[in-house]
Design a protein around this ligand. Structure first.
Ligand code: FAD
Length: 303
């Protein structure tokens, strides 16, 4: 740890509870939680980790993450607070990975640039959105993407054009050993009324259907196929309101599992197993996780 401290120029928090860095408010300590200052700092940290054989994990703002109660034995790196430069020239955008998606969406709407407005209200950073191919109300982050800049574990910078990465529903084929640094987009200028209408309808839909007063990580499971929502199946299985400790399958939206205050990762994991088991038994569908998990043993989510 002392050597790592000498290497890092940005912030390094030792045995940092991940509960402080996830929208669930859940998660045990990370051995080191690091926010590098810049690319050079990041490069040095990655070199150190690979020379010392220390496992590295990349996160954004933790709004799609469930971290185990036991924590993470390794280095967790976030660029969420330091890589926040956003540049808009006409319809061209360059954003660093730590830019909050909400900020980017609002700046585009202000300029009547269309492509991201249906994602108003999706929490998280640009990096997390690209990995997840985040989307809402018909729009996806990959739709207007041109290029992405990443750094490999060896500290090399690489660029991918959008067509070198496969994007599908809540899925992308970025390599797990590369960290997203920034991305380029091209949007389309449209009429101000049209963009406001799309924005308002997305915003209304979100407020009407999601339990936004409570801590969650959004949808826990992917929808099994277009037109068949995971939340519908969990609801039909009679599971709304099911609790484990302080965790609950939301009464408002059955695909949101909420933390009433002191829920543990093991509580959310138990609700995941229950939902999967019941939906499989009643509808012969095995639900696939949308949220990303860190620090768990392999079969924890198997019913
Ligand atoms: C109330 C609520 C509503 C939500 N609604 C939606 C919605 O409508 N649509 C939707 O798609 N999602 C939704 N989500 C989920 C979440 O907001 C998105 O998945 C978001 O894009 C995650 O961004 P993040 O920065 O928090 O990523 P994190 O949760 O920190 O990470 C997500 C994944 O990305 C990886 N990652 C993050 N940053 C990097 C990086 N720089 N380089 C490499 N890997 C990285 C992590 O390892 C992890 O695998 C919702 C969540 C909440 C809490």
């Amino acid at each position: 740890m002392a050597e790592l401290r000498n290497t890092v120029q940005g912030s390094l928090l030792e045995n940092e509870p991940m509960a402080k860095h996830t929208s669930y408010g859940i998660g045990g300590p990370a051995w080191a939680y690091i926010t590098p200052n810049d690319k050079f700092d990041l490069q040095n940290i990655l070199h150190f980790a690979s020379a010392e054989n220390i496992q590295v994990y990349f996160v954004g703002s933790g709004s799609n993450l469930l971290v185990a109660d036991e924590g993470i034995d390794g280095i967790v790196i976030t660029l969420g607070k330091s890589f926040t430069h956003l540049e808009i020239n006409g319809s061209h955008i360059y954003a660093e990975t730590g830019v909050m998606l909400g900020r980017m969406v609002k700046e585009c709407i202000k300029r009547n640039l269309s492509g991201l407005e249906s994602m108003i209200g999706v929490p998280g950073t640009l990096g997390g959105a690209l990995i997840m191919n985040a989307g809402a109300f018909g729009g996806e982050i990959s739709n207007c993407l041109e290029k992405v800049e990443v750094m490999t574990l060896a500290g090399e910078l690489k660029k991918y054009s959008a067509n070198e990465i496969d994007f599908s529903y809540r899925h992308s084929t970025f390599r797990e050993d590369e960290i997203i640094i920034g991305a380029y987009f091209e949007l389309e200028e449209i009429d101000a009324d049209e963009i406001q209408e799309k924005r308002n309808s997305a915003s209304k839909g979100r407020k009407a259907n999601q339990p936004l007063r409570f801590r969650s990580a959004g949808s826990v499971f992917k929808n099994p196929k277009p037109g068949l929502a995971a939340g519908y199946l969990i609801d039909q299985a009679g599971l709304k309101g099911t609790r484990s400790g302080d965790a609950e399958i939301s009464e408002k939206h059955a695909n949101f599992f909420i933390n009433h205050g002191t829920a543990k990762a093991s509580d959310i994991a138990k609700l995941i197993r229950i939902a999967r088991k019941e939906v499989k038994e009643q509808f012969d569908v095995m639900l696939e996780l949308e949220i990303k998990t860190l620090g768990f043993k392999e079969d924890v989510f198997t019913p």
